[in-house]
Design a protein around this ligand. Structure first.
Ligand SMILES: C[S@@+](CC[C@H](N)C(=O)[O-])C[C@H]1O[C@@H](n2cnc3c(N)ncnc32)[C@H](O)[C@@H]1O
Length: 216
């Protein structure tokens, strides 16, 4: 499966949102969200369950394209962000207050093609949650999988590999094609190149669910 090709196929559907949705502090990278959204389109996803929304950049991206329903979980709700999301996306979004480790498995609808996006818990914590939900979903994206060997990151990368990760968004070919969407994130960050920026940050890992069609 050529992940870059999938992102290229669905980029036109996502471009407006990638260029216009405002990024809040602590948000995922636009290049990560492009991959997640492209896989949602490609896999005819009907429901996305997100855990870790904070200021809601990822939530807003999930609600700005496609026609899947979105369930979003957060332990430390930011009232202002939630009010903004509720006023814009009430018809397709349900905002939940709680612990994703407990709530995410209960929000997966086995009658709907479901994708899960974990950005809290993340890294190792998310890698422990993933096996509990794997069988009933199409795929799962886990944010904050640091580079193998990077400070504190090796364990998470190794756990992802043990869990059968299919793809990491720090793939060189992918960043060469779509890294420009992260420029807005890089501005003011002090990094000279996108490569340095990505190495210092974390990436999205894509994991197969039981309903992932491996032969496509
Ligand atoms: C990096 S922020 C999320 C950013 C957001 N996904 C975006 O891209 O705009 C991580 C969030 O996860 C939340 N979080 C951490 N552990 C959690 C858990 N077990 N369940 C739900 N939320 C959690 C934190 O409170 C924090 O707001």
């Amino acid at each position: 499966m050529d992940f870059c090709e999938i992102a290229r196929r669905w980029e036109p559907e996502c471009r407006d949102a990638l260029e216009t949705v405002q990024i809040g502090g602590g948000a995922m990278l636009p290049s990560e969200l492009l991959m997640f959204l492209a896989l949602c389109f490609e896999n005819r996803i009907e429901l996305v369950v997100e855990s870790g929304r904070k200021n809601g950049f990822s939530t807003e991206m999930l609600c700005s394209v496609g026609d899947w329903r979105v369930e979003s979980v957060e332990t430390h709700v930011i009232a202002e962000a939630d009010a903004r999301l509720a006023s814009r996306y009430d018809e397709r979004l349900t905002l939940r207050h709680g612990n994703g480790k407990l709530l995410v498995p209960t929000l997966i609808d086995t009658k709907k093609r479901t994708a899960v996006l974990l950005d809290g818990p993340k890294s190792t914590g998310a890698n422990l949650l993933y096996p509990k939900i794997r069988d009933s979903i199409v795929f799962c994206g886990i944010h904050d999988v640091p580079l193998l060997g990077s400070e504190g990151g090796g364990d998470s990368r190794r756990a992802s590999i043990a869990n059968g990760v299919l793809y990491f968004t720090d793939d060189e070919k992918y960043l060469a094609a779509f890294g420009h969407y992260d420029r807005v994130w890089m501005d003011g960050s002090g990094y000279k190149s996108h490569g340095d920026f990505i190495k210092a940050r974390c990436v999205l890992g894509i994991f197969p669910g039981g309903l992932w069609d491996v032969d496509r």
